[in-house]
Design a protein. Structure first.
Length: 470
């Protein structure tokens, strides 16, 4: 006899619910967003970057850690290179690098205007190979003509290789200069300007005072895991379907001896979480959500999904059944976070942090190049199971060839959003406001207090009002 097909659950997504307002003990700006990215890794803000090759390399991971979150370096590159990216974050000074610089051949008058807009007295000059050829001095440029290439007026100045940025910071902080160029292997990497030097940070730091960094791994890739263990604070499993006997067995073999925290995922159901925690000796976090991402096509290709909000609720239920606390095995909500409102819902459901690629892909620090199309600026953003990303992975990792044959993601563009700092600060303000409305002064309090209501129709701005603010 044929088995009866049945609906076993209702998979709620972010747009299906709202968090209800509650009596607030504090003002939004007093809300404490500190949390955990994994069992032993504290963060100042509940935000992780997704390990995707258009998003998370060292530059974004360092900028995010400076703001209190954690970047997860993607694994679509050879092991040694991924290790170098983690090292770069660990070596990074507790200051941002800006992209302020000019080309040697740039017109003097334009560089003058650029320097005026940035309020800088000096600006690094870079040649076409990326070598720093000195600095433009604003006072030298005051009367130069537009036809003069600025390189003609270059003055010598100190250039700092990665690892020496602390000295550069001192130079700028003490007012000796407004801008100090930082190079990697002799090629221009970024500039420490007065703005960056004077910014106040609440970074996510490890026990040695270095920025936090995480790295994506496959449980089958023992060499990669060995190379990153102990260096990355967290090894984040990067598997589309962790609830698979072979994956669980491979993970079981490696987790016991790991120095770094290990986050299992992706998972989508209560059973997946229970099987994972039961079979593995150690699980330091859960990456929850399957096929909910902005670039995912898994549900269309395979008909299978566990929307992120539902997956978080499933994990919370499983932990409760197993007598485990939300802080013992922190839940990371991964996929489909469009802004702080979705993050508040995920946190209210039991997540300790959210993971996003979409929200960060348009920032200066994201790994993909900036594109100008028809007068507007964009950055490429693609799924890690999209054609382009899979091709790159096959080249970097011969084991992956057998693993995935069907594309389950798209390649696209997102609007350019400026510096990461701006996007993250907006996110933080939104999440703080959400907790304020919900009547919680911390994420822990939100877990205890939050109440959801099902929506029966859309609410908020959607009628005929045309948006005029940018
Ligand atoms: P957002 O919504 O931030 O989601 O774009 C990022 C998360 O999506 C997952 N991911 C994929 N899922 N096909 C998928 O089905 C893909 O090609 C793909 N690439 C990334 C991943 O969990 C990521 O963190």
């Amino acid at each position: 006899m044929l088995a009866q097909s049945r609906v076993v659950d209702e998979a709620l997504s972010f747009d299906d619910v709202v968090v209800l307002p509650g009596l607030s003990p504090v003002e939004p700006w007093q809300v404490d967003l500190s949390s955990k990215a994994s069992r032993r890794v504290q963060v100042r803000i509940p935000l992780l970057s997704a390990p995707m090759d258009t998003v998370s390399e060292w530059r974004l991971a360092a900028a995010l850690a400076l703001l209190g979150g954690v970047g997860v370096i993607h694994r679509n590159m050879p092991v040694e290179e991924q290790r170098r990216h983690v090292e770069m974050v660990k070596k990074h000074p507790l200051v941002e690098l800006s992209s302020a610089a000019a080309g040697e051949a740039d017109e003097c008058c334009r560089v003058r205007e650029y320097m005026r807009s940035l309020g800088l007295r000096q600006l690094p000059l870079v040649d076409s190979s990326g070598a720093v050829k000195g600095y433009a001095e604003f006072s030298d440029l005051e009367s130069c003509g537009c036809g003069t290439p600025v390189g003609k007026l270059a003055r010598p100045g100190p250039v700092f290789e990665v690892g020496e940025e602390a000295r550069a910071l001192e130079e700028v902080k003490r007012g000796r200069r407004d801008a100090a160029a930082v190079t990697l292997g002799g090629r221009f990497l970024g500039t420490i300007t007065v703005q960056e030097a004077l910014a106040v940070y609440s970074p996510a730091l490890d026990e040695e005072g270095r920025l936090r960094a995480a790295a994506a791994v496959s449980p089958f890739d023992a060499r990669r895991i060995e190379a990153l263990d102990g260096l990355a604070d967290i090894l984040v499993a990067d598997v589309a379907h962790f609830h698979n006997v072979n994956v669980l067995e491979a993970a079981r073999r490696i987790v016991k001896s790991l120095e770094s925290d290990f986050v299992a995922g992706n998972l989508g159901t209560r059973e997946g979480v229970i099987d994972t925690i039961t079979r593995l000796e150690r699980v330091d976090g859960l990456r929850m959500g399957i096929a909910g991402g902005s670039i995912c096509t898994t549900s269309g290709v395979a008909g299978v999904a566990a929307p992120t909000l539902f997956a978080v609720m499933q994990a919370r239920g499983a932990l409760r059944e197993m007598g485990l606390g939300l802080e013992e095995v922190p839940i990371i909500a991964d996929g489909g976070i469009r802004g702080p409102g979705d993050a508040v819902k995920a946190l209210a459901a039991g997540a300790s942090a959210v993971m996003t690629g979409y929200m960060l892909a348009g920032t200066d620090e994201a790994a993909a190049p900036l594109l100008r199309i028809g007068g507007s600026l964009y950055k490429p953003y693609r799924g890690m199971a999209s054609r382009g990303a899979l091709e790159r992975r096959f080249a970097a990792d011969r084991y992956s060839r057998a693993a995935k044959r069907v594309e389950e993601g798209i390649e696209g563009l997102v609007e350019y959003r400026g510096p990461l700092r701006r996007v993250v600060l907006e996110f933080v303000e939104g999440v703080r406001a959400g907790l304020g409305y919900a009547g919680a002064s911390s994420i822990k309090e939100l877990w205890a207090k939050a109440r959801f209501a099902r929506l029966t129709s859309r609410i908020g701005a959607y009628t005929g009002v045309v948006k005029t603010s940018v």
